[in-house]
Design a protein around this ligand. Structure first.
Ligand code: ATP
Ligand code: MG
Length: 249
């Protein structure tokens, strides 16, 4: 554990159903500030749904989401926008704006949420792109980037406002192992710079590289939680199956 003990993100008895399908079933989870938390689970278990709750894109049927100790449930749209300034979100499919250049993508949160001048915005966006090794792609369109470069550009955009919390959904999906490791390294750098990471992945080598703590979501519940070596020693067959898999994606 590298961070202080204050949870910066807390799910407090959170439940969420779609129709009769209970996706999150009384999930309680604390993520200490400055640490990297990795959420594992099979496809369709609710990992993306959990991230969407943290950023207030979905509301729980029961329970609370606390960001830096503050319950976001009662917040109106404006209050939520304020909270989201402190949370970067890298979506599962990168989700760059296809009609904007890479530079405009990275600048987007700055235009939306700050009063910086055009010049300052450009400088800052350029810096964020340089941080992820895309200093030369500022004027390119997303369609002209490789999958790994798109992920990096989306990471630059997610980091534009220097958020204290970065949520990342499947950073290595569709990437080769080397590119995937490069993305992992960028995330670890962000953590060293003080950002709290919440990362969803199926990629166990990646989870080991990034995570201070890992948890496994199954049937709506967290069935295991601990460091990678603690989970390696877990006797639950499902946990063993996960920890022994080398699968990417
Ligand atoms: N907006 C929604 N409306 C209805 N059902 C939804 C909605 N969002 C998610 N679900 C359902 O919730 C379940 C969990 O979805 P989620 O996207 O969180 O899975 P996941 O763990 O991220 O899977 P993957 O690893 O494939 O990305 C799925 O059964 C999905 O169909
Ligand atoms: Mg998902």
């Amino acid at each position: 554990m590298t961070g202080s003990r204050d949870p910066i993100v807390r799910l407090d008895h959170v439940s969420k159903s779609f129709g009769t399908h209970r996706v999150l079933d009384d999930v309680t989870l604390d993520i200490p500030k400055g640490t990297a938390f990795v959420l594992l689970g099979r496809s369709g278990t609710g990992k993306s749904v959990a991230l969407r709750h943290i950023i207030g894109l979905m509301r729980p049927d029961a329970g609370r989401i606390l960001i830096e100790g503050r319950d976001i449930g009662p917040l109106d749209a404006r209050g939520l926008t304020e909270v989201r300034k402190h949370i970067g979100f890298l979506f599962q499919n990168a989700a760059l704006f296809d009609s904007m250049t890479v530079g405009e993508n990275a600048a987007f949160p700055l235009r939306r949420h700050t009063r910086l001048s055009d010049h300052e915005i450009r400088d800052r966006a350029q810096q964020k792109l340089a941080d992820v090794g895309l200093e030369r792609e500022f004027d390119k369109m997303p369609a002209d980037l490789s999958g790994g470069m798109k992920k990096r550009a989306a990471l630059a955009r997610a980091m534009a406002l220097d958020p204290g919390i970065l949520l990342v959904d499947e950073p290595s999906a569709g990437l080769d192992p080397i590119t995937s490791r490069e993305i992992d390294e960028l995330l670890v750098e962000r953590k060293r710079a003080g950002t709290t990471l919440v990362v969803v992945t199926h990629n166990i080598p990646s989870a080991r590289a990034i995570g201070d703590e890992l948890a496994l979501l199954h049937d709506g519940r967290l069935v295991a939680r601990g460091t990678a070596s603690e989970l390696d020693r877990d006797r639950e067959p499902l946990v063993q199956a996960f920890m022994r898999s080398q699968g990417g994606g």
